[in-house]
Design a binder for this molecule. Structure first.
Ligand code: ASP
Ligand code: MG
Length: 424
C-alpha cells in the first residue's frame, strides 16, 4: 500500500464516458489498497475555449492588464473536471472529495498566467486520505498571497501533479496521457521510433526543453529537484488491465544512471521548429561587442538560445544567434533600428526557416566521437550545419527547416535507435 498521485490529461478527461473510465481505473488502484490523489486537466479543448471567449471581448488579451482575469477564467476548466471526476468516483462506490488550488491551498507567486508554485499545505488532503477518501485536486491552478487565483502556464497540470507528489512524498507520480510513453523520437516522423522503458531525469529534461512535448518542462525540473519518481503511461489501455501490468507500463523517468548503463549512448533525437536565426554582419571585433548586441535583446526580455561568433577578418566579425519565433519580429526590428546603428554593423539578416535537431544521451558523457558521428551522418545526407551547440549530454545543430525530417530519420538510424536496447 502506497500513496500514489495520478495525473490525467485533457484527452483522458475529454467526455463523461472517458471520465467514467478514469474513475474505474482510480477505483481499481484504491481497491488494491493504495491511497490516491488525482490531478486532472480540464476537458480537452476547454482551456482554449475559455481563453477564446476572453479574446472575443478584448482581442489583445496577451497584455499584462488582463492576466489576472484570464487566470480567473481559465482555472474554471479544471474546477469542472475535479467535480465531475469526484461524482464519477462516488457513482463507482468510492468516497471522494474534490478541491481547487485555493482550497488545498497550493500557494504560488503572483505571476498570472505563468505562476510558480511556492508551497503546498497537505494537511487537509492527508486527513481525507486517512479517512479513506480519494482526493481530487485541480491541475494548473493555485492561489497567491493576496488570495488571487493563478495558473501555472499551458500544460501546467503536469507540474501541479508532480508538486503534489513531491509535497506528499508520494511513492510515484503517474502521468496518464494520450501517448503510451516517451519515444526515441516522434513516431510521426520516424515510424520505427521505440518507446523507452526508462529514461534518466536529465535526458528527459533535455528532451522536454528541446521540444518533445510529452511533459511540461517545469514538471520535469520539479521532479528532478524533489526526486519524484515519475512515469508517463497511456490512459487508453482498458481500465481493467491487471494493476501490476499497468504499474510497469509506459516510461519511467529515473534517477538511477546505472539502470541505463546497458542502454544506447544516445537515447533520443529531439527537434524543434520554434526558433529563428538572426545574423549581425560586419561588427567590429572588440571587447564588449557580444554584450552590445545581446544586452538590448535581454533588456527586451527576449531569450537567446544558440550563439556563434565567427573569426574576424580585418577587425570585423559576424555574430549569429537564435530566438523564439514569437520574439523574432521584435528582435529583428530591435537589431536593425538600435543595435546596428550603435555598433556599426553593416547588415542584419534574419532567417525564420530553421530548425534545431539534437541527439540526447547520458552515455555521451563517457563516450567520445558521438558528435562527429552526428556530423558525418548529416553530411552523408548533404545537410549543411549552420550552428552547433553542445552540453554534457546533448549535441544540437541548427539546419534549414526543410531538412528536418531527413535529419531526424538519418540520426535515428545512425545511432541504432530503431534497434531494441540491449537491456532496459
Ligand atoms: N488545462 C490547461 C491547458 O490546457 C493545463 C493542462 O492541461 O495541463 O493548458
Ligand atoms: Mg499536457
Amino acid at each position: 500500500m502506497a500513496l500514489i498521485v495520478h495525473k490525467y490529461g485533457g484527452t483522458s478527461m475529454g467526455s463523461t464516458e472517458r471520465i467514467r473510465n478514469v474513475a474505474k481505473r482510480v477505483a481499481k488502484w484504491v481497491r488494491a489498497g493504495h491511497q490516491l490523489v488525482v490531478v486532472p486537466s480540464a476537458m480537452s479543448g476547454e482551456t482554449n475555449r475559455l481563453l477564446g471567449l476572453a479574446k472575443e471581448l478584448a482581442p489583445s488579451t496577451q497584455t499584462a492588464d488582463y492576466a489576472r482575469e484570464l487566470d480567473m477564467i481559465a482555472s474554471t476548466g479544471e474546477q469542472v473536471s475535479v467535480g465531475l471526476l469526484s461524482i464519477a468516483l462516488m457513482a463507482e462506490g468510492m468516497e471522494s472529495v474534490s478541491y481547487t488550488g485555493w482550497q488545498v491551498p497550493i500557494r504560488t507567486d503572483s505571476s498570472f498566467t505563468k505562476a510558480r508554485i511556492q508551497s503546498i499545505d497537505d494537511q487537509r488532503v492527508r486527513a481525507d486520505l486517512e479517512s479513506g477518501k480519494v482526493v481530487i485536486i485541480t491541475g494548473f491552478q493555485g492561489v497567491d498571497d493576496e488570495g488571487n487565483i493563478t495558473t501555472l502556464g499551458r500544460g501546467g497540470s503536469d507540474t501541479s501533479a508532480v508538486a503534489v507528489a513531491a509535497a506528499m512524498k508520494a511513492a510515484e507520480c503517474l502521468i496518464y496521457t494520450d501517448v503510451d510513453g516517451v519515444y526515441t523520437t516522434d513516431p510521426r516522423i520516424v515510424p520505427e521510433a521505440r518507446r523507452l522503458r526508462t529514461v534518466s531525469f536529465e535526458e528527459m529534461l533535455e528532451m522536454a526543453s528541446l521540444g518533445s512535448k510529452v511533459l511540461q518542462i517545469r514538471s520535469v525540473e520539479f521532479a528532478g529537484k524533489y526526486r519524484v519518481p515519475l512515469r508517463v503511461l497511456s490512459s487508453f489501455t482498458p481500465w481493467d488491465i491487471p494493476l501490476d501490468e499497468e504499474a510497469k507500463s509506459g516510461t519511467l523517468i529515473t534517477f538511477e544512471e546505472d539502470e541505463n548503463m546497458e542502454q544506447a549512448i544516445v537515447s533520443g533525437i529531439a527537434f524543434n521548429r520554434d526558433e529563428a536565426k538572426i545574423t549581425v554582419m560586419g561588427v567590429p571585433d572588440k571587447p564588449g561587442i557580444a554584450f552590445q548586441i545581446l544586452g538590448p535583446v535581454a533588456d527586451a526580455n527576449i531569450d537567446v538560445d544558440v550563439i556563434i561568433q565567427n573569426v574576424s577578418h580585418d577587425g570585423k566579425t559576424d555574430f549569429s544567434f537564435t530566438v523564439h519565433r514569437n520574439d523574432y519580429p521584435r528582435a529583428l526590428e530591435l537589431l536593425k533600428t538600435q543595435v546596428a546603428p550603435a555598433t556599426g554593423a553593416t547588415e542584419v539578416l534574419g532567417d525564420p526557416k530553421i530548425c534545431k535537431v539534437s541527439i540526447v544521451g547520458i552515455g555521451m558523457r563517457s563516450h567520445v566521437g558521438i558528435a562527429s558521428k552526428m556530423f558525418r551522418s548529416l553530411s552523408e545526407e548533404g545537410i549543411n550545419i549552420q550552428m552547433i551547440t553542445t552540453s554534457e549530454i546533448k549535441t544540437s545543430v541548427v539546419i534549414d527547416e526543410k531538412y528536418m525530417e531527413l535529419a531526424v530519420r538519418a540520426l535515428h538510424k545512425a545511432f541504432d535507435l530503431d534497434q531494441p536496447a540491449a537491456a532496459a
